[in-house]
Design a protein around this ligand. Structure first.
Ligand code: FES
Ligand code: FES
Length: 170
């Protein structure tokens, strides 16, 4: 066992676990945070996607030993109320989920995309989300919702940040 210290949804977190324990099981079994889903366990489906330092990663493939000092965000930490992040608002507006099982992973991947691509194309969306599988086939709804989320985000961000994205400010 080893103590691992990282930031989880903006708060300091410490767990005493086997160094080879995947982050997915730290979240679900140690910390009882079940919003992040177990799908394949092999890095193929994307159901377990979280952010580490702002980038989407497969938590089933991320070992405890690599977490020290990192910042982890899960679906529970995307917004304070669970629905006000632009991607969450868009998912509700566009009525995306069917069974819902893959959706926290889809949302986390989409949130990372709209954070770095203010106006993603269909190709950008397909490239970012191609590794997130959905048994219910919600892909067209997801693509539409990502466009909506990007629009919400563009409307939210402050004017000086918009100027930076357009290259007006250094
Ligand atoms: S559960 Fe991690 S990629 Fe499928
Ligand atoms: S909504 Fe059912 S697996 Fe994606």
């Amino acid at each position: 066992m080893a103590v691992v210290k990282f930031t989880l949804n903006g708060k300091a977190q410490s767990v005493d676990v086997e160094p080879r324990m995947p982050l997915l099981w730290i979240l679900r079994d140690v910390l009882a945070m079940t919003g992040t889903k177990f799908g394949c366990g092999g890095g193929f489906c994307g159901a377990c996607t979280v952010h580490i330092n702002g980038s989407p990663v497969r938590s089933c493939q991320t070992l405890a030993s690599g977490l020290n000092g990192k910042s982890v965000t899960t679906i529970e930490g995307l917004s304070a109320d669970g629905m006000s992040h632009p991607v969450q608002r868009a998912w509700i507006e566009e009525d995306v989920p069917q069974c819902g099982y893959c959706q926290s992973g889809q949302i986390m991947t989409a949130a990372a995309l709209v954070a770095k691509a203010p106006n993603p194309t269909d190709a950008d969306i397909d490239e970012a989300l191609h590794g997130n599988l959905c048994r219910c086939g919600t892909y067209q709804d997801i693509r539409r919702a990502v466009h909506t989320a990007a629009r919400y985000r563009r409307a939210q961000i402050p004017a000086d940040e918009k100027a930076q994205e357009k290259g007006v400010l250094a």
